[in-house]
Design a protein around this ligand. Structure first.
Ligand code: NDP
Length: 332
């Protein structure tokens, strides 16, 4: 079985200055919890509303390069697509003379695809939460942990795994009930993260669209009923919660017998070699770096495909009905 850790040693990072770069979804949560553990946290951010918010929250806030200069541990918590430019413009030139520091990523993407080269003088580690920032803060309030994937891309000190575990503890992931840190790698994290975004998650949306089109166009069902049935009621979120708590198949037992029978007998219609082939193809595109290259190019030319596809979805009948329904329900 894969190596799992349930605790880390905060003594390793007790006397270190930790710079949280980017006070966003993850950064806000990390900085708050590290400070609650009485660790020395500073924030580095561009001069924007998040900068002001970090000051209001009582943090010492600096420009990114200033924070990088002061830090022994640098957590890069900015969007993956801007991280290489920020790292090479505002962090690397100010840290290259340090004897040693720890560079922490919250995802494997940039190192896995070679957009950021682990520096010669930095233990380069990944502490990648399987949880959104708001969820991390909620769990912190309840004294509960959450899963993280750990990775090491450069081990200068010989203790990079120890630092990764210490950070995982410092951000409330382990050392608490419900928490676990799993030994993984930058490559593995990037693969599973992107594969989720490119396979089952869009597949779910595709199934919703197909269902919507078939029953509204061919079976006379009202579109509002379909939207509530599919996702707007919140039932889906409840089912997902039970999947996490009880397991994928155990949660089925909470459904009616009729529902269970429908699931069990129809499942194999969808679990086909064709579906596996599509997942295989997506995994190959991710693993080879083809997707990362495609996405980098799309950003370079101003996101034309990204914008066109969003426009197409916004103009679809489902989106139009949804907008009106949500207005009537007072959600927008
Ligand atoms: P956010 O989108 O919340 O952005 C974080 C911060 O980066 C914000 O303060 C943002 O400023 C700042 N920022 C944006 N653009 C720039 C720029 N060009 N230069 C400098 N700063 C910039 O990021 P996340 O917290 O979502 O993601 C951070 C890392 O965490 C990523 O590696 C991501 O993959 C990982 N991660 C994210 C999860 C999530 O739940 N979102 C879950 C697990 C991992 P502003 O507010 O002004 O835009």
């Amino acid at each position: 079985m894969v190596e799992m850790y349930f605790d880390g040693d905060l003594d390793l990072i007790q006397d270190k200055t930790i710079a949280v770069i980017g006070f966003g979804n993850q950064g806000r949560a990390w900085a708050t919890i590290l400070r609650d553990y009485r660790l020395q946290v500073i924030v580095g951010n561009i001069r924007d509303s998040a900068y002001e918010e970090a000051i209001r929250a009582g943090f010492e806030v600096y420009s990114i390069s200033e924070a990088a200069k002061k830090a022994d541990i640098i957590a890069l918590l900015i969007p993956d697509e801007v991280a290489p430019k920020v790292f090479y413009g505002e962090i690397e030139p100010y840290t290259r003379d340090k004897k040693h520091y720890v560079l922490v990523f919250a995802s494997g993407y940039n190192v896995a695809y070679g957009f950021i080269e682990p520096p010669q003088n930095a233990d380069t580690v990944m502490v990648a939460p399987r949880m959104i920032g708001a969820g991390i803060l909620d769990l912190h309030k309840q004294g509960r942990g959450y899963p993280v994937l750990l990775g090491v891309a450069r081990n200068v000190s010989g203790n990079a795994w120890g630092y990764a575990r210490a950070i995982a503890k410092g951000i409330g992931a382990i050392g608490r009930p419900g928490g676990v840190a799993i030994e993984s790698s930058f490559d593995e994290e990037a693969l599973v993260d992107l594969l989720t975004e490119q396979t089952w998650s869009p597949l779910l949306i595709a199934a919703f669209i197909a269902y919507f089109e078939v029953v509204t166009e061919e079976f006379g069902v009202s579109p509002e009923v379909v939207i509530l049935e599919l996702y707007a009621s919140g039932e889906l979120a409840e089912v997902a919660k039970h999947m996490a708590e009880l397991g994928l198949f155990e949660q089925l037992k909470l459904h009616s017998r009729t529902s269970q029978y429908g699931h069990l007998t129809r499942l194999k219609r969808y679990l086909t070699e064709d579906l596996k082939n599509k997942i295989r193809q997506a995994a190959k595109e991710i693993k080879s770096g083809e997707f990362a290259k495609e996405w980098a190019l799309e950003q370079l030319i101003g996101l034309p495909t990204f914008k066109r596809l969003y426009r197409e979805l916004a103009e679809s009948r489902l989106a139009v009905v949804e907008k009106e329904l949500y207005r009537v329900l007072g959600r927008r």
